[in-house]
Design a protein around this ligand. Structure first.
Ligand code: WQD
Length: 339
């Protein structure tokens, strides 16, 4: 099977490339480097042990997307490419809608023209509403409106794919709803490399550990949770990548629409995460409590039982391993890919 990996130079895409190659799939990797770089591709090639084809392309360019499908024989699209910063999406929503929707649509149109019927989509637990009961399972209704424009682009693309499955004979769409991906490849060669000051907890903590930032700010310690800080379902990026490989079997079964959570089923607090990271880096990391961050939910995690039943996939790596691997990556690459 020949798989086009869009956003394959990015954090989740690059880790997934490795697992796909390990599992024997051919990959064609594409990215526009808006939030990634060629060094990530070079290192991923090295870890894969092959020089897979790479194309620099912006998928909002409909013509270029079409030409890519002319050039390569593609069976399946794994779509990771997209803008993903929640806060930024609230500031420039129109750009977010344009980028994320246009790229999905241009891929779908090119797929239709070239008779490519399989699409695996990076969706997010953010599609579940704020009032959804915990843990989230796949029959939990999705929200009518997500908590950010970023989340809405995920919801909208899910709707588009659901309609495509209904209308296009033989079309398969797998929607994978990620919880909180963290961690890095065990080699320490690839990992998350956000530009500027990180918005997400794990890369922020890693930058404090490596001395690039002074202090962790924990947003809220008065939530109705065991230690007052928010609980999230952190999942190791390599486990997540393996979930994508497992999902290909659904495509092979001609699943039509298949929706699945990728999470561990365990909630971890911000404080627990900071303590685990302190252990990984061998020093107490400085933190202070700050005001709650607008829009944060107190706690949510996945019900991972459907993934186990349907995909035979279970996340295996725990919090300490996630922190150890991030520390390995960050300490080996204090400036990320721009060493
Ligand atoms: C986790 C917890 C913060 C930073 C987001 C997106 C979601 C998904 C993953 C995918 C929260 C707290 C954070 C800090 C802190 N996106 N925190 N200090 O918000 O659960 O999910 O990333 O592309 O769609 O919304 O993740 O890592 O930002 O926050 O205390 O400096 O850490 O309040 O409780 P979140 P996060």
């Amino acid at each position: 099977m020949n798989i086009l990996v869009t956003g394959g130079a990015g954090y989740i895409g690059s880790h997934t490339c490795i697992e796909l190659v390990k599992a024997g799939y051919n990959i064609i990797v594409a990215d526009n480097f808006v939030n990634s770089c060629m060094e990530a591709v070079n290192r991923t090639r090295k870890l894969c042990g092959i020089n897979f084809p790479f194309v620099e392309i912006d998928f909002t360019d409909y013509e270029a997307t079409d030409q890519l499908f002319d050039k390569y024989n593609i069976d399946t699209v794994m779509h990771f490419a997209g803008l993903k910063a929640v806060g930024e999406s609230c500031k420039i929503p129109v750009e977010y809608y344009k980028n994320n929707l246009d790229s999905a649509l241009s891929l779908l149109l090119a797929m239709k023209k070239h008779n490519v019927k399989n699409f695996i989509f990076s969706s997010s637990a953010t599609v579940y509403g704020a009032d959804a009961p915990i843990p989230y399972n796949e029959s939990t209704p999705v929200s009518r409106c997500a908590s950010s424009p970023y989340g809405n682009t995920k919801l909208m693309i899910e709707y588009i794919l659901k309609d495509a499955v209904k209308a296009i004979p033989g079309f398969n769409a797998v929607l994978l709803r990620y919880f909180n991906p963290v961690g890095a490849h065990e080699s320490g060669e690839i990992g998350e490399d956000p530009t500027g000051i990180p918005n997400n907890l794990m890369p922020y903590v890693a930058k404090v550990a490596v001395g690039k930032l002074d202090m962790i700010h924990i947003f809220g310690n008065d939530y109705d949770t065991p230690d007052g800080t928010c609980l999230r379902d952190y999942i190791h990026v390599v486990d997540l990548a393996k979930g994508h490989v497992a999902a290909i079997n659904k495509i092979k079964e001609d699943c039509g629409l298949f929706v699945c959570n990728l999470g561990t089923g365990k909630g971890t607090s911000v404080l627990e995460m900071v303590k685990a990271f302190s252990k990984s880096c061998g020093k107490e990391l400085p933190y202070e409590f700050a005001a709650r961050r607008t829009g944060d939910l107190p706690a949510f995690w996945a019900d991972p039982s459907y993934a186990k039943e349907q995909l035979g996939w279970v996340a295996k790596k725990g919090i300490q391993e996630m922190c150890d691997d991030v520390w390995h990556w960050q300490s080996k690459n204090p400036n990320g890919y721009s060493n």
